[in-house]
Every structure is written in structure tokens, then in C-alpha cells.
Design a binder for this molecule. Structure first.
Ligand code: KG4
Ligand code: ZN
Length: 359
């Protein structure tokens, strides 16, 4: 099968062509127009995002088809993100995909953005397939899932407040770093080992208790807003002491270490409880090399394999949407003519049963 993917849920206008079967896929082209304008505002401005998608969508799709050397008649389906996201931004993608599908008589398959993130790693690692434990960490979501099969998702835990990426972005702002803040924090944190960067900052790990048991309500959940407040206090204290400049790296490192420890432990608990030998990371925060390394170290020697997408597939892109769409199209799924953009919606096939037995 050959599928054109379209992604416009937030601030990337992206189109890609993916071909193959649900177990072996190849990226034939991938075009990404990043909307840098939002940096000026320190966050995504929905109206501006929609307008930029409007100007970007046609050239992005044309370039994706051109780079893949295919014409619309060579496509078996069009996959488009329909939820969740900024509804005006999503509408540009879904309206365009529907019109394109109608004009070229190709079926259209609506794809859930988070299912796209789950498929991203499969594009680079054929073994990143179910059953596995998944950690989805993006700017809007933090989900811990057990995935016995594609399309079947058990929700084990999630954030009670800020998403992991949101916490990175907010802490970056406190430290005077640009938006989006994940990568700048990772780079600053990497400098914390240098002696000139002051004493090491330690922040309490949210929702991590030593004697936690699986029946605890927060056994798999996370919370990052208290950590963000602790960083705020550390920044204020350093400002008052006149040491902020030399403390910034160690504050960034202390924050990143706390997030990584929390996520690492929760993933480990989930994989152990469900006896999964594979872990798949997804979403923009999965780009974080220190997070990947910490989770790999945790599973090293315990027989667990950790798969993470490279940065170009971890952050929002249409290749992952095409991959999820190819899986759904291969199962005969087609969008009803009435499908539309939805701002918020759970993953299709999601069940919230954190005590479910492994199968
Ligand atoms: O998945 P994504 O591209 O968009 C959403 O669907 O939200 O994720 C974007 C998020 C942002 O919050 C960004 O700061 C974060 O991913 N991010 C990172 C890194 N690179 C991007 N967070 C931590 N470390 C990174 N290296
Ligand atoms: Zn995303």
C-alpha cells in the first residue's frame, strides 16, 4: 500500500508518503514546514497556526508527492490527523484531505494524533511493534500505556496536571530560554557538570514513593506542576542571591533529572507488571537523549529493549500519521464523509484498566 499522510494539529504543516505493509513500512518522502513565528509569542497562537497551515498545505503535499515521485493516482489512501489538537489547525488538514480524496477518488482515513506518535518508532525499528509498554510524552500529553496489539491500548497512567513537554516549556521560560524549551533545557542541563555552574540542584521526585504498591492511585500517574513551582522558587532564590547566571545549568539539570527519574520508574513499573520485554517511547520529549539513556540503563541487564524515534520522527510529522493510517487502511478502515476535526478525544481502542492482566 502507499499512503499520503497529512498532519496539521499544532504548529507543523507536514505531508509524507509511506509505503509497505503494516509490519514493514518505508518513508518515500517527508516534508515539514515548521511555523517558527510562534517563538515570538512564547507559545503557539492558534489563529496564526491555522493561517500558516492554509498557506503551507498545498506546497507541502505537492512537495511530498514530487519527492516520492508519485501522482495522486498511485495512492491507496490519504491519512489525516483529525484529533486531538487545535481545532482550526486540524480543520485545514481534514478539509484539504477530504477534498483531495474526493477529487482523486482515493479513500481517506482519519488518524488520531497520539496513535501516530505510537507508530513513529516503527518506521525506524521493525521490532518496535506490539506487545510493548509505551510512554507518550509530548507538549500536550503524558500517557503510560500497555499495548498488547496495534489498536488496543490500555491506559495505565497519565499526568494529573501539566504534560511533560509543557513542564519543559514552562521551566525553559523561567530560565529565560526560547520556546519550545525541551531542547534548550537538555543542552543547558548537559553543562551542569562543569564546576563553574554552582551547587547541584535537587528537586523532589513527584509521585515517587519508595514503598509504592500497584494498588496506589498514583502508582503509574505523574504530576509536574509542583516541580515547576519548586523550580520557580529556586530561580527566585538564585536571583536574590545574585547567582542565577551560574546556577541556571544546575537548575535545568535538577529539573530534567527529576522528570527523567519519575518517567523512568513509571515505565519500569508498567513493563514489569505486564511482563513486556519491549518499551516504545514517543512524542517530542522522547527526543531527550538523557531520558532515552536513563530508560535504557534501567532495562539494561533485565532483558528489556527500549525503542525511541529519532528527533525528526519524534516531534510532530506526517510520516507517523501515514504509518498509523496505513495500518488502519490495511484493515479496511475508511472515514465516513461526515468525519471532522475534534479538539479532544481519547485514543481509539483505549481502555482505562490499569490492573488489567497481561495477555
Ligand atoms: O510531540 P510534539 O512535537 O508536539 C505535541 O504533540 O505536543 O512535542 C513537543 C514537545 C515540546 O513541549 C518540546 O519542548 C518537547 O516536545 N521537546 C523536548 C525535547 N525536544 C522537544 N523535551 C525534552 N527534551 C527534548 N530534547
Ligand atoms: Zn504530537
Amino acid at each position: 500500500m502507499r499512503v499520503l499522510g497529512i498532519e496539521t494539529s499544532c504548529d507543523e504543516t507536514s505531508a509524507a508518503v509511506v509505503s509497505g505493509t503494516p509490519t514493514a513500512m518505508v518513508i518515500e518522502s517527508r516534508v515539514l514546514l515548521s511555523q517558527d513565528v510562534h517563538r515570538l509569542f512564547g507559545g503557539v497562537v492558534p489563529e496564526i497556526a491555522s493561517r500558516q497551515h492554509l498557506t503551507g498545505i498545498v506546497p507541502a503535499v505537492d512537495a511530498a508527492l514530487h519527492d516520492a515521485g508519485v501522482s495522486p493516482g498511485d495512492l491507496d489512501a490519504i491519512a489525516v490527523t483529525y484529533a486531538p489538537g487545535l481545532v482550526g489547525a486540524l480543520l485545514v488538514g481534514t478539509s484539504y484531505a477530504k477534498a483531495f480524496a474526493y477529487a482523486h477518488d482515493v479513500p481517506v482515513v482519519p488518524v488520531h494524533h497520539l496513535e501516530g506518535h505510537l507508530f513513529a518508532t516503527l518506521l525506524e525499528h521493525e521490532q518496535a511493534a506490539p506487545p510493548f509498554t509505551a510512554l507518550l510524552v509530548s507538549g500536550g500529553h503524558t500517557l503510560l500505556l500497555d499495548v498488547p496489539a496495534w489498536g488496543r491500548y490500555t491506559l495505565l497512567g497519565q499526568t494529573r496536571d501539566d504534560a511533560a513537554g509543557e513542564a519543559f516549556d514552562k521551566v525553559a521560560k523561567l530560565l529565560g530560554l526560547p520556546y519550545p524549551g525541551g531542547r534548550p533545557i537538555e543542552q543547558l542541563a548537559a553543562m551542569a557538570d562543569r564546576p563553574e555552574h554552582g551547587h547541584a540542584h535537587y528537586f523532589a521526585r513527584p509521585m515517587l514513593r519508595r514503598r509504592a504498591v500497584v494498588t496506589d492511585e498514583d502508582y503509574y500517574d505523574c504530576s509536574f506542576s509542583g516541580l515547576k513551582t519548586a523550580v520557580l522558587h529556586a530561580v527566585r532564590k538564585a536571583e536574590q542571591a545574585g547567582t542565577l547566571e551560574q546556577d541556571r545549568a544546575s537548575i535545568a539539570r535538577g529539573f530534567q533529572d527529576a522528570v527523567i527519574d519519575t518517567l523512568g520508574e513509571k515505565v519500569y513499573r508498567a513493563a514489569k507488571a505486564h511482563r513486556r520485554g519491549r518499551v516504545v517511547l514517543g512524542g517530542g520529549v522522547a527526543c531527550n537523549g538523557a531520558l532515552q539513556q536513563a530508560i535504557r540503563d534501567r532495562f539494561a541487564g533485565r532483558g528489556g529493549v527500549v525503542f525511541a524515534p529519532s528527533p525528526r520522527l519524534a516531534t510532530d510529522n506526517a510520516a507517523m500519521i501515514a504509518a498509523a493510517g496505513l495500518f488502519r487502511a490495511a484493515q479496511g478502515e475508511r472515514g465516513a464523509p461526515t468525519f471532522t476535526a475534534v479538539a479532544s478525544m481519547p485514543l481509539p481502542g483505549l481502555v482505562a484498566d490499569r490492573h488489567a492482566a497481561a495477555d
